[in-house]
Design a protein around this ligand. Structure first.
Ligand SMILES: Nc1nc2c(c(=O)[nH]1)N[C@H]1C(S)=C(S)[C@@H](COP(=O)(O)OP(=O)(O)OC[C@H]3O[C@@H](n4cnc5c(=O)[nH]c(N)nc54)[C@H](O)[C@@H]3O)O[C@H]1N2
Ligand SMILES: Nc1nc2c(c(=O)[nH]1)N[C@H]1C(S)=C(S)[C@@H](COP(=O)(O)OP(=O)(O)OC[C@H]3O[C@@H](n4cnc5c(=O)[nH]c(N)nc54)[C@H](O)[C@@H]3O)O[C@H]1N2
Ligand SMILES: [Mo]
Length: 772
């Protein structure tokens, strides 16, 4: 809730409307409007020559990895024409912008003034062009030299009674090279407090897959899509968030795959697709993508999956082995009989009711899957950000195990990752719970003893700062304040810190809601050239399917005062540990090949890193599931038994999911439209079912306040416009970050501690206009 009398900079977006316009929900994604829209944006931000140069090099051999999502490039096509999508182009436009913020900008604009702007307005200011410092009590950021900034950070870190009083966050754009050095610095300093955006994203997938299958990553490659007989898409909006996935789905479909998707919203990209990069696509000739759309209730997935499995088993009982892969189950899995018993005890009617999908639709799903032997299941935030997320994802695994659909071509798990290098950052050791093997390798290679105790994840970091147990917050990218739950609580937590530091490309709200002192360290982005000793260095990233590829920027940086992330880490390390450090930080600044050599020695799967990363298209990391084995303790895949649980709700309450509009990348708001959903020029909206609107005596277009009561605390987000939308009764949707104020920091997924951003219980109340 905003507090106009507060002397503190605003943690929330202003409660102002921007002027809602309505259109029809689109039935086809991409096509001409997407191409036009992306070109306009890049040229508008970066200018023609700079914009075209950037687009031409995107995802191209010798070019840079798209900073948007983690969807892979086709293995054989990276060297061909650039592969990009509308939203990839926008991510590039954001970064390639010619607008820059120097000290003069910060002298003119106080922190408070900037915080009164919306995230959209803050983001459109431009790239931070020089290091900035906010002294204690100051109202404006002022310039600081790089050396002084590093000295200040090092001095504050050294003054802490324990290294565990510092927190080192990572967002998912950081390259392998920067991430590796960063975790090394943090561990040499003495803590495992390495929370990352993954804690809010696919942590539930990592936990579930690790426990069930022995590897916390997905098993499929892009080629598997082309061999699949059925593809199930749960809780994902690829048209907006992974547009290049639509090309793969289109190809899969042409090869005969059936596509089933389950979503509380009939998302445009799931329904139809026209590929903007083909002639037909330009002519807007579309493909129907989904063969069967299941209009599921929020968190109905586990019930749906159980119902499907019950019916599949019933079919198999008629002729054993005709539906289930009994050989696979016998050879590779543990716990099938207990699992079957558990299913027998389930009440099918109840499962149908919880899922919200009529039995006939579930039977149609079973008809499609019954004789298919090669099935892929894809999922994203619609499964991971719920209280029972880990068990729901294990239920996905149960289904694949029954069908023997893992460890063979055309089949397997596909958690579709978000940030372009979020998977790579984890591989590099950005993890608050480091495996023992990693720590042993660090000790052997770098001759210091890294801390063994687990550190704080995102939610525990917020709580620790709030309780005054952590005093320094350092972020390698991201926008911690706006991305995390419970905005006002997190703001209080950050304000408790002695020092908050952000390594950033663009200005965001986390720079404005700060500790006693604050520092912004401006860095190069993916598209920028990174010159070291006369050579443009490349870095590398891991995509959603475990392929490591190089990425080399092409644009002249907008300022001479930007440093690369690897260099920032090395310089901070030198300020912190001095020249006598056991780790030779100087060496890493000479050439990034030296960093890759260190990675090769420390992280499994990176043999001949410097050679293989130079092969066009890169290389695959080892993946036990893909190779048909399971790295669990028993060396078998595990069936998981979990009961379907629901969150208790009062009659007038709604379940709300916080989702992305078409015009945003997480907390970066590119624009105010959500074109596919037919919502224009406004983000303060709540999508509701027609009947729920009527039951509350409301009308489409009314202004309401959203109220969440959790653990005895009332959280309120004021002024949202009601929009009638085909969402199941009892369910609703809003955009984050505006409604992160409603996501309780205490409401997290079991086992993964991921905030339940798709499962927020709320009441809507007509907004009272204050009398004057
Ligand atoms: N353009 C663009 N691309 C992005 C991003 C972006 O913000 N913009 N973000 C990146 C990141 S970090 C990530 S993690 C991914 C996110 O990619 P997505 O997971 O696709 O993103 P969300 O908008 O959170 O959408 C969640 C989808 O799940 C559905 N859903 C919600 N709850 C449930 C449920 O209980 N069951 C089912 N079956 N469906 C449900 C919602 O209706 C919505 O379609 O995208 C990445 N790519
Ligand atoms: N309610 C709700 N909350 C959510 C989610 C949700 O679905 N609902 N989704 C969650 C998910 S899946 C994720 S991944 C998190 C995302 O959380 P974050 O990763 O923390 O957030 P982003 O908005 O991606 O961060 C954007 C900022 O990163 C900086 N940046 C961009 N590129 C670079 C770069 O190359 N280097 C550096 N150093 N900085 C850069 C810019 O300053 C920009 O402002 O949010 C989570 N929060
Ligand atoms: Mo994410």
């Amino acid at each position: 809730m905003s507090n106009e009398n507060s002397s503190k900079p605003e943690a929330e977006n202003p409660e102002e409307f921007t002027g809602l316009k309505r259109g029809k929900i689109k039935t086809i994604a991409a096509g001409i409007p997407a191409v036009v829209s992306s070109m306009e944006k890049v040229v508008g931000e970066a200018g023609f020559a700079r914009g075209m140069k950037a687009l031409w090099s995107l995802n191209k051999k010798g070019g840079f990895d798209c900073p948007s999502c983690a969807w892979p490039d086709p293995d054989d096509e990276r060297s061909g024409v650039a592969e990009y999508c509308e939203n990839g182009a926008r991510a590039v436009a954001e970064e390639a912008t010619a607008k820059k913020l120097t000290a003069a900008f910060f002298t003119e604009n106080s922190v408070q003034d900037l915080a009164r702007l919306s995230d959209y307005e803050i983001g459109s200011k431009g790239r931070v062009a020089q290091p900035m410092y906010l002294p204690k009590g100051a109202t404006h950021y002022q310039e600081i030299s790089w050396d002084d900034a590093f000295e200040k950070i090092a001095a504050t870190l050294k003054s802490l009674p324990s290294p565990d009083e510092a927190i080192f966050y990572t967002s998912g754009r950081t390259s392998n090279e920067a991430a590796f050095l960063y975790q090394l610095l943090v561990r040499q300093y003495g803590t495992n407090n390495l929370p990352d955006c993954s804690n809010m994203c696919h942590e539930s997938s990592g936990v579930a897959l690790g426990e069930s299958l022995g590897i916390g990553k997905g098993s499929v490659t892009l080629a598997d899509f082309y061999e699949a007989e059925a593809i199930i898409i749960l809780g994902q909006n690829p048209g907006t968030n992974h547009p290049r996935m639509l090309t793969a789905l289109q190809k899969a479909k042409r090869n005969g795959a059936k596509i089933i998707s389950a979503n509380p919203l009939p998302e445009t990209g799931l329904m139809g697709f026209s590929n903007p990069q083909t002639v037909k696509g330009v002519l807007d000739i579309d493909t129907d993508l989904t063969d069967l759309f299941l209009h599921i209730r929020i968190n109905g997935d586990m019930a749906l999956l159980k119902a499907i499995q019950i019916l599949l088993i019933q079919e198999d009982d008629k002729n054993p082995g005709s539906v289930l892969d009994l050989d696979f189950i016998e050879k590779n899995t543990l716990g099938v009989s207990e699992f079957k018993q558990h299913l027998q005890q389930q009440n099918l009617d109840e499962l149908v009711k919880i899922s919200g999908i009529p039995l006939e639709e579930i039977q149609k799903t079973v008809e499609i899957l019954k004789h298919k032997k090669r099935i892929i299941v894809c999922w994203a935030m619609g499964l991971t950000q719920h209280k029972n997320a880990v068990d729901t994802i294990k239920e996905v695994v149960n289904l694949l195990l029954l069908k023997g659909s893992i460890g063979k071509p055309g089949a397997g798990t596909c958690p579709v990752r978000g940030h372009s290098n979020v998977q790579g950052d984890r591989t590099m050791g950005i993890f608050e719970k480091p495996p023992v093997a990693l720590l042993e390798k660090i000790e052997a290679n770098f001759l210091f003893s890294p801390p063994k105790e687990h550190g704080f994840d995102v939610v525990n970091s917020i709580k620790a700062m709030h309780a005054g147990k952590a005093k320094v917050f350092f972020a390698m990218g991201g926008n911690f304040l706006s991305a995390t739950p419970d905005t006002n609580y997190t703001a209080e937590a950050l304000r408790q810190c002695r020092l908050t530091v952000h390594v950033s490309t663009k200005l965001n709200r986390s720079h404005l809601v700060h500790g006693e002192e604050a520092i912004i360290l401006p860095c190069l982005g993916r598209s920028d050239m990174d010159m070291v000793k006369g050579e443009n260095q490349f870095v590398s990233c891991e995509n959603s399917m475990g392929v490591i590829q190089s990425s080399k920027g092409v644009l002249q940086p907008i300022s001479d005062d930007l440093l690369s992330e690897p260099l920032i880490v090395c310089k901070l390390a030198k300020a912190l540990f001095g020249e006598s450090s056991v780790v030779d930080w100087n060496k890493f600044t000479e050439h990034y090949d030296f960093i890759r050599d260190a990675i090769e020695k420390t992280i499994p799967g990176f043999d001949d890193y410097n050679i293989r990363v130079r092969i066009p298209g890169g290389f695959y990391l080892p993946n036990c599931n893909r190779e048909g084995s399971f790295n669990t303790e028993s060396k078998k895949a595990h069936f998981n038994i979990a009961e379907v649980t629901t969150m208790p709700m009062e009659k007038d309450e709604l379940m709300m999911m916080t989702i992305r509009s078409h015009d945003q990348f997480n907390t970066t708001v590119y624009g105010l439209n959500d074109r596919y959903r037919g919502i224009y020029n406004e983000r303060r909206v709540i999508l509701m079912n027609e009947k729920d609107i009527a039951d509350r005596g409301l009308q489409d277009g009314d202004v309401v306040d959203l109220i969440n009561n959790h653990d005895g605390i009332e959280r309120v987000a004021n002024k949202f416009i009601v929009i009638k939308y085909p969402v199941p009764q009892g369910c609703s949707a809003t955009y984050f970050p505006e409604t992160n104020v409603l996501v309780p920091v205490t409401s997290v997924a079991d086992k993964s501690n991921t905030p339940t951003s798709k499962q927020v219980i709320l009441k809507v109340k007509k907004h009272e206009v204050a009398s004057v």
